[in-house]
Ligand binder design. Sequence first.
Ligand code: ASP
Ligand code: MG
Length: 442
Amino acid sequence: MSDNIVAKFGGTSVADYDAMVRCANVVKSHPNTRVVVVSASSGVTNYLVRLNETNVDEAERSAILQHIADIEYAILKHLGSPKDIQAALAILLSELAQVATDGELFESPWLKDKLLSYGERMSSLLFSEVLRQSGISAVNADVTQVLKTDANYSAAVPDIEAIAYEVKKTWLPEMAETVFVTQGFIGSDSEGNITTLGRGGSDYSAALLAEAINANELQIWTDVIGIYSTDPRITEHARPIPEISFDEAAEMATFGAKILHPATLIPAMRKNIKVFVGSSKAPLDGGTWIYQNVENKPTYRAIAVRKQQVLVTLKSPNMLHATGFLAKVFTLLANKNLSVDLITTSEISVALTFDNSQMLTDDIINDLSQFAEVNVDTGLSLVAVIGNRSFEREDYDNSLLTVLKDFRLRMVCHGASQNNFCVLVDESDDTRVVEELHTQLF
Ligand code: ASP
Ligand code: MG
């Protein structure tokens, strides 16, 4: 198919009936939209996650199920409660109640993913009806039939070839006539059990489906008008970025900008699909385009911050003229499934940063202590300046370090990528660091 669009609407965009109508208008104004991917209505996934926590008592469980039903039925009512949709919704809600009270829930990762799937399944059912009522031919398509993954519940890995095959076989033949409304975030394994791609995974689902249908545009509709030069809560000078390259946007997503699920750009880059991020509340107010060849490549495009970073310094007297030390460190970390963000080395030491959320356990520290002197520093923030720094002499720009001269820099990473310059600062300084950089460089 040529000239076709996959549009994804996030939780706030499909929070209630009025929000869904705004999304329907967005779809209407883009007649080439072939697939619409929706998140669960705002708040629903958080409720579902709560249902899976062991300390939820009977009273809270039924209150949560009631809140969820209220959200869904309010939308249904605005739609005039069509019989077929009402019946389908009632089935989903009663299945959900069953899973939520299943005695096996806490021991069973696959039941947990099943539980988490209901938010998306209900919002897509309702949104497909919103589209039909606004005059667009639409079907509610079950994404688990095409979005095949492994069985790694709660963080399932998509099977790109299987997805392409299934989409071609079951969706493509009908796609010219009707819009496929489908669920983000979920898929299914080879046994047919429902899996999830991890929180915020709907963006990634949309990108995977865009790849599978050979879309030339992926739209991510959210509640902000695009990607900002930095978090607007940090500085009022933050402003939306009209365009950004895949490489820069990928760095941003990895280094803390919360706007896109970090894996979203991988399928888009693989297939060179341009990505648009905009607000379904203000679709005409512009947004951010992400693509391969941006026209303008400023030295400084954006600043991202990630709090709660851990800095681990490993010092080995044996590293002097020795080989294999780094290999040993990284093998150990890989075996523990720990991913390193930044690295700097000197002749006898290496410094690494980790996200605090990752489990840097005492065990791991002990293992490292077997062959190195280990020092762990916490309370740090990683500030990443994204842009297009040239390492060529003519336009090499050193102003970054000048701006940062008054701050304690625990680590500086520069040189591996032209698209990012990272510093590790005290968490208590991070806001001022970002403000200062933003004011001086942008
Ligand atoms: N509903 C899921 C979540 O809240 C997936 C998504 O919205 O992207 O994480
Ligand atoms: Mg999201």
